[in-house]
Design a protein around this ligand. Sequence first.
Ligand SMILES: *Cc1c(COP(=O)(O)O)cnc(C)c1O
Length: 462
Amino acid sequence: MTIDPVTMLPPYRIKVVEPIPFLDAGQRREAMASAGYNPFNLRADQVTIDLLSDSGTGATSADQEAAAARGDESYAGARSWFRFREEIADLTGYPHVLPVHQGRAGERVLFGALLKPGQICVSNTHFDTTHANVELVGAQALDLPCPEALDFDSPAPFKGNIDLDRLAEVLAGPDGKRVGLVLMTITNNGLGAQPVSMANLAAAADLARRHGVPFFLDAARFAENAWLVSRREAGYQDWTPRAIAVRAFELADGCVVSLKKDGLSSIGAFIGLRDADLHARCEANLIATEGFSTYGGLAGHDLERLAVGVREVLEPAYLQARAAATARLAQMINDAGVATVQPAGVHALYLNAGRLLPHLPAERFPGHALACQLYLDGGIRCAELGSLYLGTMDDDHRLVRPAPFELVRLAIPRRVYAEEHLRYVAAVLGEIAKDPEQVTGYRIVSAPAVLRHFKVRLEPLR
Ligand SMILES: *Cc1c(COP(=O)(O)O)cnc(C)c1O
């Protein structure tokens, strides 16, 4: 028998469904124009397939909803808190756990207690809110991705790794004394959803420890990283994803984890710590700004869904089905003539818009143009990761320094879309790829001073 259900099927069936809207081409054109050609300004009921983010957008399970019904909403010492803490302690091994409402709140509380103004936080790549929270406490965020990370066609298995030579140089160099934290993002969301190997984590941890610098994980996708390690890293083929995730947390002094991704829930996060003194400092800030330390801005029913979610997410059959769905979508898109960042990760695919649309220079925002076209042609919402998001503009919103790449991120919500939905996405892209010169560029009409991509308004150049 060569047909194996475990490798062919997602390990669940659908119990509750949500309708998706269908708009005609005229309605989509109107919706896009009134959104100022910015997908962030679209209403959800104007979007047929929503690939804007994998954060908080997943489907929960029957077990999670059953657990939520037991949510204990006591202000202090709720039963739900103890169930949550036990699950997190079992996964991470950290004696101190602080709940927070989402990852960036955890970053603010942790960095406020751990980093001093003038210090440096070194990472494989800081996520955007992580970068912002490092700088908000007066420290400096330094990214040291491995050299192959920016070669989008390279099939190297662990392009999320930190550059160990550069890390060693920085720690031993004149700025070494200023390094207050080494923070590894698993998987590397900022750079193509690429995983970090266990060997790289262990070596970075060892370097940090030898220089007396705390070593932490930003582990929003701890389960997906563990899955890719089990597939790609020698010596881990016989490990369960759970055993790999446990080992990753063991290598670190603590973590900050957004549970809106691998927590399989719409809200939640936590800080995990070994150090009792650091815990006390974080807890004081947490109580003042997030909530009492047994709920941290979350409802009891959220804590219950999370306690079940962090266990479900490490089930091999679930991870295998999710990784396979993303890989199949990548294959369909590549077959349609659109390049994606290689190799495919799990939570998102990154389209190489710069290569597909060479007739559009960076100042016409090819990534953004492709994201808009996916909506105009197919009602598909996604976000640019290129010069609109990362480029430098002058006061008249003209691009003066482009981003090093022009990508579009298709984020895949967990347990939400079926194979047909993804095949449809590939089909719409395939149509665009048949006649890419049809895709028009864009010009900025107005833009806010900070976090431009969320509120910018544009117009097409015909
Ligand atoms: C989402 C994310 C965060 C921030 O978490 P939120 O829950 O969105 O505040 C931090 N780091 C990484 C790697 C993330 O993906």
